[in-house]
Design a protein around this ligand. Structure first.
Ligand SMILES: C[S@@+](CC[C@H](N)C(=O)[O-])C[C@H]1O[C@@H](n2cnc3c(N)ncnc32)[C@H](O)[C@@H]1O
Length: 352
């Protein structure tokens, strides 16, 4: 071929790699390996120091066929360290699994993974059915009970859900407590506050606030226990509310962590209107959620959380900052802003 001909030929485009497709498509392999390790308490056992495969096989009740594949997969995934090779090798936590996956660590985030393993993983197997019917695919399919009624009827599941919320929300609440200015306010109420984590984190840094955390009656004793454990007894008051039945108490700052996304549009607007009525002029309502970017292109976690709400509740959905702003302005709020917190999570703030 002459040099002149070669120059006029269009450049040959390399085929795109299938790597991303395959990684996402087979993502359930690493996911379930990690979830089983959390379920079995592997990272908690390793908090006492490195162990051989044989010792871990005994401690976790593993079948000899499974032990090496399971542990070495976790090594290859970067979720365990291993000193040496072969039968004498000793497995150990990585700095991250020691900090976040040992149940004895104050920074434990495995609560969400425990719930993901026990509930979400099997429910997501029915995602296609949810996509085609718009109907929830959780416990409600078997017994017709609403999610919180079903979950809260069993103390073990209630505790598991509370543990999941504690793990998933801590970093977001800490970022909120760092980034938001609490000085204009004298009182704070967290609605749907679960263990009282948000009210406690905010109160610990802002002792001038009168702090309350409110949730369903069955949750109140759990919140009291956590508040006491945090050394904040008397500084954070745990109370009862049913936000469908009751008005919110008056407060200068009203927060809700991961509440609005649990409900359909009518209920979201009802909760926003209750917050508006309970605030004074100059007060603020803050929703801490995985707020989706307005163009709905980037916050994949927020978008998948919304699919998770489809699985859990059907009509419930996550939302963008623009959605939040339009609902709040409609309710009478003066202005709104979105404050990024950590990872996919932001605080959506509405000022009265
Ligand atoms: C997704 S969790 C969020 C917990 C916590 N705010 C956080 O972000 O970690 C939803 C919370 O809403 C509470 N909740 C559900 N229905 C409620 C109701 N009718 N009245 C008050 N709280 C309710 C649940 O008990 C649960 O603690």
């Amino acid at each position: 071929m002459s040099a002149a001909l070669a120059e006029t030929r269009p450049a040959v485009q390399a085929d795109p790699s299938p790597e991303q497709i395959m990684q996402i498509g087979m993502g359930f392999w690493p996911s379930k390996t990690l979830l089983s390790a959390v379920e079995l308490g592997l990272f908690t056992i390793l908090a006492d120091g490195p162990q051989t495969g044989a010792a871990l096989e005994d401690a976790l009740g593993l079948h000899p066929r499974a032990t090496r594949d399971f542990l070495d997969t976790l090594v290859a995934l970067g979720l365990l360290g291993r000193q040496g090779d072969g039968p004498e090798a000793r497995y150990q936590n990585t700095p991250a699994t020691a900090l976040y996956l040992d149940r004895g660590s104050p920074r434990y985030v495995g609560g969400l993974l425990e719930m993901a393993n026990a509930r979400l993983y099997p429910f997501w197997a029915d995602l296609t059915a949810a996509l085609q019917t718009g109907k929830p695919q959780n416990e409600i399919k078997r017994n017709g009970k609403a999610m919180f009624d079903e979950l809260y009827a069993d103390p073990g599941r209630l505790e598991q859900f509370m543990g999941a919320m504690t793990g998933v929300s801590r970093a977001n609440f800490e970022a909120f407590a760092e980034k938001f200015d609490f000085s204009p306010f004298a009182s704070h109420v967290d609605i749907g506050g679960a263990t009282g984590q948000l009210a406690s984190i905010v109160q610990a840094r802002n002792p001038h606030l009168a702090s309350r955390t409110l949730d369903l009656p069955v949750v109140q004793p759990i919140a009291e226990r956590h508040i006491k454990a945090a050394g904040l007894e008397g500084r954070v008051v745990a109370g009862e509310i049913d936000f469908f039945r009751d008005e919110f108490p008056q407060a200068d700052l009203i927060t809700m962590g991961m509440i609005l996304h649990d409900w359909n549009l009518e209920h979201k607007k009802m909760l926003i209107a209750k917050a508006y009525r309970a605030l004074p002029e100059g007060g603020a309502f803050v929703a801490i959620e995985n707020i989706i970017d307005d163009a709905r292109r980037e916050n994949a976690f927020g978008l998948m959380m919304s699919l998770n709400m489809l699985i859990e509740f059907g009509e419930a959905f996550d939302f963008t900052g623009a959605d939040f702003t339009s609902w709040c302005l409609e309710a009478g709020f003066r202005r709104c802003e979105i404050l990024h917190l950590s990872g996919p999570c932001s605080a959506a703030i509405a000022w009265k």
